[in-house]
Every structure is written in C-alpha cells, then in structure tokens.
Design a protein around this ligand. Structure first.
Ligand SMILES: C[S@@+](CC[C@H](N)C(=O)[O-])C[C@H]1O[C@@H](n2cnc3c(N)ncnc32)[C@H](O)[C@@H]1O
Length: 393
C-alpha cells in the first residue's frame, strides 16, 4: 500500500460535535466533504491521517477507507475482505483487532461479521507468509473497522486505534469526568483563546481546565500519546511522524507562531481535595500544570481575576431521586455567584438537567446542545455585565 495514495477519510466523533470537528479540519487547511451526525469525510492520504490524529481535539477516530462493496452474505464478506493485499499492510508479527457495526438482515450479529473479517485477513496473511498474526479485542495496535448497512459494506483502517479522546493524561479520573473531546468542544464553543482569564470552579478531574490550557498553548493534543493504529502498519513512516511531532512542538512553544506568551491565568477549583489532587496530577501528565492555578474551595469562594474573562462551570446534574433539592440550592447559588462576583465575565453552565438550569434565574444569551454519552446537555451562556439583571427583572 502506498501511503501517499489519496482516498476517503472518515473522521468520527460523538453526536453533536461534528461542527467542531469541521472547524478543526478546515483550520488545518483541508476541504471537508460530506458529514452526518457523528462523522465527516474528506479526501486525503495516510500522511494527512497522521496529521489529523496529531491535531484533532474533538474527534474520536480517523478512519481510512480500504474498500466499499455490495454484500449480501457472510461468505461474500469473507471473499471481499480476503481480496485485499493485507500482507502488504500488516506484518505477520502484528496484533490485529476488528470492530464491526452491523445494521443488515444478512447477518445475525456484529460479532460474527467481525469474526469473518478477522478470519479473511488472517487467512490471507497465513497463505502469503506462512505466519499467523495474533488477534483479539484490544484496540491498541492494528484496528480494522467494518460498517455493514443493508447491502453495503465499508471497510476502514482505524488509523487512530484507541479513541483520540483518550489523550492519556487522565491517570486519575474523578466524579463524572467529561470526555476530553467534549471538554475541548465546550471550550471551543466559548471562543476561548487564552488571551483572557479562564475560571473553572467545580473542576473535578480538571478536564475543562486542561483542555483549555492545551488550546491556549496551541499544543497539539496528540503530542501526549505515543501509540496510534497507523504506527502498527507496515508502511508507517517514522521519520515523517517525528518531523510532524517536532513541528507541532515548535508551534506550541511559539503559540502557533504568534507570541511566545504565557496564556492569561487559568483557575481551577473544587470543594473536594481529592478532586484537586487528581486534577493537579492530570495537568502535570498533560504538561500544563504550570498554566493552571488549583485551589480547594467552595465554588463561590473562587478568586475571580479582575477585568473580563470566561467562567465555565460543570455542576453535577444528578438524575437520582433525592438529589434535586440539594442541587436546586447549588444552582441558585451559582446564579447568585455569577451576578455578585463575576461582573465583566461571560459565564457558562454545562448541565444535563433543564429543570435545574431554570433555578439559576439569569437570562441566557445562548443555549448550545451537546451530548454527554446519551444525555442531552446544554451549554448555557450568560453575559455578566456589572448589574446583570435576573430573569424576573
Ligand atoms: C460533574 S463534576 C465535574 C466534572 C469535571 N467537569 C471533569 O471533567 O472532571 C462536579 C464537581 O463539582 C464539585 N462540587 C460539588 N459541589 C461543589 C461546591 N459547592 N463547590 C465546589 N465544587 C463542588 C464536585 O466535587 C465534582 O468534582
């Protein structure tokens, strides 16, 4: 396989994030093709795939299309897959896993379809080399992905391997952490660019603050990872990858060729000392602990730097019975805190509970929809001028 051969790339993401992925892909200089709720296509080669893996903050996986074919039985699937020159792509000493998503009447379950694909690949490599590659469920080496819908199969190489949202810095997750890709999209949605302070009370494991620090420092999130699916392919060009990494590092040192300035202050607080301990360690692993001031305190005691800035708060939105009364009080206090202590700032609340957001009693200037897993959430925006009016005013 020639890694310079252009083909169709599908970038997958969680529901609600495709507009953010598109923005990132365009910023990297690519033309975007078709998109749907959880994916975006473009034409590119394997080097572009490496670059996308290195830079994308809001995506899950970068998939390279190997073959698209009509298929109406498991045997047809096997034959189509076995026609590809797998021995040129995958060493017999590699480990392989197959992910399959099936929505067709031609097969009972996706596991069986995945097994057929795996057998076709492994049998072909055995025929060509006399050696049998290892295979299993772990997605940290070669990953092949099958989508079978009705009579159509699409077979991809998953160049990311593990999801890009698994950046590798969250060694210590705390209560209900946001996925890194979602946290990055939330920060992007606020328009934050590092020039003004950012405050994250209730920071939990620090995901929002850490993603903000990576964005402000123009630091490619992929620099944090040293394992991708593409690295396990025969054609992997290690020198080109190293050069891409070096360029990304240089960019982050000069903050994207702008000024080698330190971003404005990022403040992250939480009432739970264990959360702050976790957040500190995570920020250290991410290489951004010098950019974030951590503190243990009630959110309302968070020090707000004077002037303008952004405040993003992700309170619990407890869907369990009995929590609502307590949380109502907390949301009411958040409204008071915004009004009394955050004048000049733009405030954001990320919540999955519309009933609780009403208690904040401030006028929202924007409400953006996101999905946290399968919970529909809102990012609520509040302009906090001096003397901000409450809803009733
Ligand atoms: C939903 S979690 C935040 C998760 C975070 N966004 C992350 O990605 O890890 C809510 C956090 O609010 C904190 N919290 C709850 N009540 C608080 C209060 N009164 N003051 C400050 N923090 C509080 C909890 O300790 C918890 O870490």
């Amino acid at each position: 396989m020639d890694p310079k051969q252009r083909g169709k790339i599908l970038i997958t993401c969680s529901a609600g994030l495709v507009d953010y992925v598109r923005r990132e892909v365009k910023d990297l200089g690519y033309e975007c093709g078709e998109s749907h709720k959880t994916g975006l296509e473009l034409q590119a080669d394997q080097y572009d795939a490496m670059r996308l893996n290195l830079n994308l903050r809001t995506a899950y996986n970068v998939l390279f299309l190997l073959k698209k074919f009509e298929c109406s039985s498991p045997d047809e699937l096997y034959c189509n897959v076995a026609e590809l020159p797998w021995e040129e792509m995958i060493s017999a000493h590699e480990y392989l896993s197959v992910v399959s998503r099936v929505n067709t009447g031609h097969v009972d379950n996706s596991m069986f379809a995945g097994l057929k694909v795996k057998d076709a690949i492994v049998d072909r490599i055995v025929r060509q080399t006399g050696l049998r590659p290892d295979s299993g469920k772990d997605r940290n080496k070669v990953v092949v992905q099958l989508y079978w819908k009705d009579d159509l199969c699409r077979l991809y190489l998953n160049t990311s391997g593990l999801k890009l949202s698994d950046r590798g810095y969250r060694k210590m997750p705390h209560t209900a952490p946001l996925r890194e890709s979602l946290a990055a999209a939330i920060i992007m949605a606020t328009g934050y660019d590092g020039t003004e302070p950012l405050v994250c009370p209730m920071c939990g494991s620090g995901t929002l603050a850490i993603e903000a620090a990576l964005i402000a420092g123009r630091r490619a999130p992929g620099l944090l990872r040293n394992n991708y699916g593409f690295m396990h392919m025969k054609y992997f060009d290690k020198a080109a990858w190293q050069q891409m990494r070096n360029e990304a590092l240089k960019q982050s040192k000069t903050r994207g060729g702008k000024a080698a300035l330190k971003p404005a202050r990022i403040i992250a607080t939480d009432i739970d000392p264990q959360a702050i301990e976790a957040a500190r360690k995570n920020a250290m692993t991410a290489g951004v602990s010098h950019l974030i001031d951590f503190d243990v305190c009630d959110f309302a005691a968070t020090v707000i730097p004077p002037g303008n800035g952004t405040i993003v708060i992700n309170p619990e939105y407890g869907l369990r019975m009995g929590q609502m009364q307590k949380l109502k009080k907390t949301y009411k206090r958040i409204g008071d805190f915004f009004k009394q202590k955050c004048a000049g700032y733009t405030g954001y609340i990320f919540t999955g509970n519309p009933a609780l957001s009403k208690v904040v009693s401030l006028r929202t200037s924007r409400r953006l929809v996101f999905y946290n897993g399968n919970i529909e959430c809102r990012l609520l925006k509040y302009e906090l001028y001096a003397g901000t009016k409450n809803k009733q005013a």
